[in-house]
Design a protein around this ligand. Structure first.
Ligand SMILES: Nc1ncnc2c1ncn2[C@@H]1O[C@H](COP(=O)(O)OP(=O)(O)OP(=O)(O)O)[C@@H](O)[C@H]1O
Ligand SMILES: [Mg+2]
Length: 383
């Protein structure tokens, strides 16, 4: 991993040194200056990857500094984080309006907030998103939609049609992951333990060797958090690096986000090659999905990068496919029938559906969906 450079602009030497030490310990290269004017010079000369500014610096208003940085092509897109001794709402607003990406108040939580923010802002760039295997994120607006079952089964079906492909599944559902129990994983490693491993140790080789390949399923698993207490200790600043690491070692990385959309998981959605949106046929699932779609659109997610699956589509009372399409305003790409107790049966026995019920229509639907999804993700990556 290349070293990222961070510029700190703050008059308070003690505060500056403290932050600098904390960042250096995380392998960032740190440049620090004590005034706004020096800050501008350094920003344009040293080309930092991110700038941390205390906007209360006296020589230049923090807001003015940010707008100058924003107006110059060299720093127009550089993430700027306010680490401020002014907690007032007015100040927060004027700084965000001036071009700061985030505003953190100096407090007991400041260092962990800053680390999380920097990890998030620096972790993902359009360039790193396009490196490595294709990232397919599974999400839903409502729990129980079938996200985990479909994620595991689609992953398995990708291997069926492309036996040479290396497929990984990452369970990011918080506070408890469920793919592990579904596929019969019993290992110790999971998303929480892996996010605690020092960055330099997470090579492509590490992921190829350390992620357990699930026998019948033919994919390697990075299991989810085993319990809520562990998920409280998840080092969220490291998530993108870990996902990027898995991408560097596999051709396809399927991430189960379930319905745990948050500040933590949004960047994964925004930088996925394809988003698989699982919708149940009940009225509330469809209407909540409509809200989720609006939100994603506002966050810059492109509509043609969303692959919608209507689950439990046939056999149960509920919203029909045409009605669901009308409400959602986007086409439904695949419809999985209601499978009665069969899906639960296959899941309980830790078996892929297609192996347990190879002749059923649903097995063909999974195979087709897997083919379409990989083809679409491939096409979108190339655009
Ligand atoms: N098409 C279907 N027909 C019958 N049962 C289904 C179907 N899809 C999912 N199920 C069952 O619904 C239950 C919930 O599925 P699953 O755990 O995959 O959903 P989820 O969206 O991941 O839920 P959670 O919100 O808890 O993460 C499981 O018991 C699964 O077997
Ligand atoms: Mg789930």
């Amino acid at each position: 991993m290349s070293e990222k450079k961070i510029l700190i602009i703050d008059t308070d030497v003690a505060s500056r040194n403290f932050i600098a030490r904390n960042l250096a310990a995380q392998n960032y290269e740190v440049v620090q200056v004590g005034s706004g004017k020096e800050g501008l010079i350094s920003a344009w000369r040293d080309r930092p990857d991110l700038i941390v500014i205390d906007p209360t610096i006296p020589d230049l208003r923090g807001e003015e500094l940010a707008s100058k940085l924003r107006q110059d092509a060299r720093t127009a897109n550089t993430p700027i984080v306010a680490l401020s001794s002014d907690p007032s709402v007015m100040r927060i607003k004027s700084c965000l309006d001036a071009g700061y990406n985030e505003y953190i108040t100096k407090s007991g939580q400041a260092v962990s907030n800053l680390n999380e923010t920097i990890g998030r802002l620096l972790g993902i760039t359009a360039a790193t998103a396009k490196q490595g295997g294709l990232l397919i994120v599974f999400t839903s607006a409502k729990g129980g939609a079938g996200t985990s079952s479909l994620c595991a089964n689609i992953a398995m079906n990708i291997f069926q049609s492309q036996p040479e492909a290396r497929v990984a599944v990452v369970d990011m559902v918080l506070p408890i992951g469920s793919i592990g129990p579904l596929v019969g994983y019993e290992g110790k490693q999971n998303i929480v333990t892996v996010c605690d491993i020092p960055p330099l140790e997470l090579s492509p080789d590490y992921f190829q060797k350390e992620l357990t390949e699930m026998n019948l399923w033919k994919f390697s698993l990075l299991a989810g958090s085993p319990d809520p207490e562990s998920s409280n200790h998840l080092n969220v600043a490291r998530i993108w690096d870990v996902v990027a690491g898995v991408k560097s070692a596999f051709d396809y990385v399927l991430v189960d986000l379930g319905r745990s959309l948050s500040k933590i998981s949004l960047p994964l959605i925004q930088h996925a090659d394809l988003i698989t949106l699982v919708v149940s046929t009940d009225v509330s699932s469809v209407s909540l999905t409509k809200i989720l779609l609006e939100y994603l659109k506002n966050k810059g997610v492109r509509e043609n990068g969303i692959y919608t699956i209507l689950n439990r589509a046939i056999g149960l009372e509920g919203v029909s496919k045409p009605d669901a399409e009308k409400i959602l305003g986007i086409p439904i790409k695949s419809a999985v029938p209601y499978l009665g107790s069969n899906f639960a049966l296959a899941n309980n026995q830790h078996q892929p559906y297609i192996l347990k019920f190879p002749k059923e229509t649903a097995s063909f639907i999974f195979t087709e969906a897997a083919k379409e999804m990989t083809a679409l993700a491939f096409k979108l990556r190339a655009e």
